[in-house]
Ligand binder design. Structure first.
Ligand code: BG6
Length: 488
């Protein structure tokens, strides 16, 4: 991964610039990078979308958005530096005129700001335009500007294995693999990066990080909000494609991978791919026992949702990793909206003690140790262990060893998009998903989508429940239960 180095000046061209992602995440991230001196002042932004803005309309709207969504607020002084490099070119990506207009604008900025033909092409549009944009960039000569060219692709990357392969095919006709940056914003989160540091910067965990000591692993990405104003998008996607195929499987790879031979993009991604290859592909028969889907109670009443929708807003899967390290250790993963709390965590449940020593005492059972890595919120790590309750009797209570990011490091960690945009400008793809990784992930997900297509409906759940009853049955079948992320 990159050490803090300042990238070359470049122009970031954002397609779909009138959308929420631009105003809530991308431009605040760029603003903060510039405010902290991590990117050169000459870095310029060119937004494009169909809305008919002027440079000034666009930049005024962005200043307000930054004030609302950024961890660093714009001042008149920071805005004087940052705002003057914001531009807008209206147009439709299916209209040939757009590419000439863009070329004229970018050439003028290169001349004025010394951005040397360097480009980040950021696709924040509806996914159906990704191939259209890549092809137009290739054919219009815009990639021949004399500097480096990098393409950022937002998720979802395809909707199944065949569409992901097709998209990889189109992109690779115009960009080399090391120019393609497929975003999974989870990888930009500090606490997600820390999964690797925690595992490989500490000698004591690795020896027990395997089937001899680990009973099972639970990975949860839970949200307490519903689909909000994204229902039109979500209806066609559902929880499995929206979060399961990417964020959940990415967390799984970081927890389960072997130590990479080096701290670089290819070494790390090679190991992640090995994990995905080892994840068992479930058959349709298996799916009825190892997959559960749910829909929150009022989902069908949401605007833009079909009143007989069977889109899942919750999914739980039991995954098996068929390799020497993890054979026989189930990984239970779940994600959902409108759950009792927002919580992303990984819980490593260790095996119980082999023999209960405390005969003739009040101790009837001892809880196994659980290592919980809280990705968000309340970022931190805790380890439970048994301890003697003070007093004349032998009695064991479960207590916690606790690390809390905010206590140790203070608040104000950079946002995921800050890290990812900076890495992209520096050409470091470690925290981005490689084409084979994406395709392996879809290979795991596709059989589940096929199984659901055969019929049935998700079970409903209320916002006070952790998913539908089928999710609890899934884990109870193995004599286990889901951890409540609110337990500390
Ligand atoms: C996005 C999904 O990728 O991740 C959203 O499309 C989800 O549906 C979001 O809400 C969750 O991200 P975070 O960073 O809030 O956990």
């Amino acid at each position: 991964m990159a050490v803090a180095r300042i990238p070359d000046p470049c122009i970031i061209v954002i397609f779909g610039a009138s959308g929420d992602l631009t105003s809530r995440k991308l431009v605040p991230a760029l603003h903060n990078l510039q405010a902290e001196g991590l990117i050169p002042d000459e870095t310029s932004i060119v937004g494009t979308a169909r809305t008919n803005y002027s440079d000034n309309d666009f930049s005024t709207e962005l200043r307000e958005a930054i004030a609302d969504h950024s961890r660093i607020l714009p001042t008149d002084q920071t805005w004087a530096d940052f705002g003057r490099d914001i531009h807008y070119v209206p147009g439709d990506v299916t209209d040939e005129g757009l590419w000439d207009d863009l070329k004229a604008k970018l050439t003028a900025i290169d001349a004025e700001r010394g951005t040397d033909g360097n480009r980040v092409w950021y696709m924040a549009t509806l996914p159906r335009f990704f191939p259209v944009i890549a092809e137009a960039l290739g054919k219009s000569g815009l990639l021949d500007s004399g500097g480096w060219q990098r393409l950022v692709v937002e998720k979802p990357f395809g909707t199944d294995l065949s569409s992901a392969r097709e998209l990889n095919g189109v992109l690779s006709a115009y960009f080399a693999e090391d120019q393609i940056f497929r975003i999974d914003h989870y990888l930009g989160k500090e606490t997600v990066q820390n999964l690797l540091v925690f595992r490989f910067a500490n000698a004591i965990f690795e020896p027990i990080w395997n089937r001899r000591y680990v009973d099972h692993v639970q990975i949860t990405v839970a949200e307490d909000i519903g689909v909000e104003d994204r229902a039109a998008f979500y209806e066609a996607i559902g929880a499995l494609r929206d979060v399961g195929q990417n964020h959940l499987l990415q967390l799984l790879t970081l927890i389960a991978m072997e130590p990479p031979v080096a701290w670089d993009a290819d070494a790390i991604r090679n190991e992640k791919v090995q994990v995905l290859k080892a994840v068992r592909r479930w058959s349709a028969d298996d799916c009825s026992n190892v997959v559960a889907r749910g829909q929150y109670e009022d989902y069908r009443a949401e605007k833009n949702v079909d009143d007989s929708s069977s889109t899942e807003t919750f999914v739980a899967i039991k995954l098996a990793i068929d390799n020497w390290r993890w054979a026989g250790v189930p990984f239970y993963v779940r994600t959902g909206k409108k759950l009792p709390s927002k919580a992303t965590e990984v819980a490593i449940h260790f095996q119980k003690v082999p023999h209960l020593l405390f005969a003739h005492t009040a101790v009837e059972k001892i809880d196994p140790n659980v290592l919980v890595i809280r990705v968000q919120p309340d970022e931190g790590i805790s380890l439970t262990f048994g301890t003697k309750v003070p007093g004349p009797e032998v009695n064991v209570a479960t207590v916690d060893m606790e690390f809390d990011y905010e206590t140790d490091f203070g608040s104000g960690s950079p946002e995921a998009y800050e890290r990812l945009l900076l890495d992209c400008m520096n050409g470091d793809a470690t925290l981005f998903t490689r084409s084979d990784e994406i395709e392996q992930a879809w290979e795991i997900i596709d059989p589940i989508l096929d199984f659901w297509r055969k019929g049935g409906r998700p079970g409903t759940y209320s916002s006070s429940e952790w998913g539908p009853e089928s999710a609890h049955e899934l884990i109870r079948r193995d004599d286990r239960q889901w951890r409540d992320p609110r337990t500390r």
